[in-house]
Design a binder for this molecule. Structure first.
Ligand SMILES: NC(=O)c1ccc[n+]([C@@H]2O[C@H](COP(=O)([O-])OP(=O)(O)OC[C@H]3O[C@@H](n4cnc5c(N)ncnc54)[C@H](OP(=O)(O)O)[C@@H]3O)[C@@H](O)[C@H]2O)c1
Length: 262
């Protein structure tokens, strides 16, 4: 039997997620065999040239030559992808398709017993960020461990919250951009502005990760003490509903994901 991090990975859907996932695996020294499907030839060629991937003749060959198959197409492309494909019982299938449950996947095609969900976000390209999985199949966990901080959920409904957080990952860049623009409007050059915003964020995350015994609100409270400018700004944000707005938006996305019947 192959070690769990040496299983051959086959990817169905050579798009954005596939590209950053392969890049992240190689970045963390994961040298397993990776087989891609031929559609999107330009991206596949890039991954062959830069990250030692192979391109199979067709989607069924990807499945037949792999141990672990990653589904990485858009939700509305899945039915067409699965048409005429067969998944032998000894394979492991892992879906990165946001919003699709295990039951919805099984309803589409006869899938092997070992079936899991994963959701790496773009930070996986540097083998960072969080990588939710459900259930914890050792080969899937080994894949996630090579892509960042694995968060393994026993319960599928908890995994679904991770899909909501994956959206928040995308909004953060817009939030960072707003700060960069504010600095630029006040005469800071683009490079310094970008570095200030991103290192401020990175530093805050590292500081909190180094203090697991303290809650995040405790950390805010230690900095935003009475009479400080930090407290003044925090009070204005709270009064304007800035944080509530983020929670409300997460609720809206979760409701949409729950209602999805792709
Ligand atoms: N990108 C993210 O940040 C992110 C984050 C979390 C989860 N996800 C999930 O990852 C999945 C993929 O997203 P993505 O952003 O990587 O999308 P994408 O860039 O559009 O990639 C999907 C790829 O699948 C290919 N494809 C479609 N139908 C196919 C078929 N029948 N056979 C073979 N290949 C086929 C597409 O080819 P064509 O271009 O020719 O259609 C495209 O290359 C989605 O379900 C999404 O929910 C993405």
């Amino acid at each position: 039997m192959k070690p769990e991090n040496q299983t051959t990975l086959g990817i169905l859907g050579t798009g954005h997620l596939a590209t950053y996932t392969v890049t992240g695996l190689r970045c963390s020294g994961d040298n397993r065999r990776i087989i891609l499907n031929p559609r999107n030839a330009e991206r596949a060629e890039y991954l062959v040239q830069n990250h030692h991937c192979e391109v199979a003749e067709n989607n069924q060959t990807v499945i037949d030559q792999s141990d672990l198959i990653l589904l990485a197409v858009r939700p509305w492309q899945l039915t067409d992808l699965l048409k005429d494909l067969e998944f032998p019982k000894d394979k492991i299938v892992v879906s990165a398709i946001a919003g699709l449950t295990i039951e919805q996947l099984r309803n589409k095609v006869d899938l092997p017993e070992k079936l899991a969900l994963i959701l790496p976000v773009v930070a996986a390209e540097n083998a960072q960020g969080f990588v939710p999985i459900h259930p914890e199949i050792p080969e899937v966990k080994a894949l996630a461990d090579s892509l960042g901080k694995t968060i393994s959920f026993k319960n599928e409904s908890q995994f679904e919250e991770a899909a909501t957080m994956a959206c928040l990952n995308g909004w953060m860049y817009r939030f960072f951009d707003e700060q960069v623009k504010w600095l630029s409007n006040h005469g800071i050059d683009d490079e310094n502005a970008r570095n200030m915003v991103l290192h401020n964020t990175l530093g805050a995350a590292h500081y909190a990760l180094g203090r697991p015994q303290q809650s995040l609100s405790e950390l805010t409270g230690e900095i935003a003490t009475e009479g400080t400018y930090t407290k003044l700004g925090l009070d204005q944000l709270e009064a304007g509903g800035a944080f509530q707005q983020w929670s409300d938006t997460l609720d809206m996305i979760k409701a949409k994901l729950d209602a999805s019947d792709e």
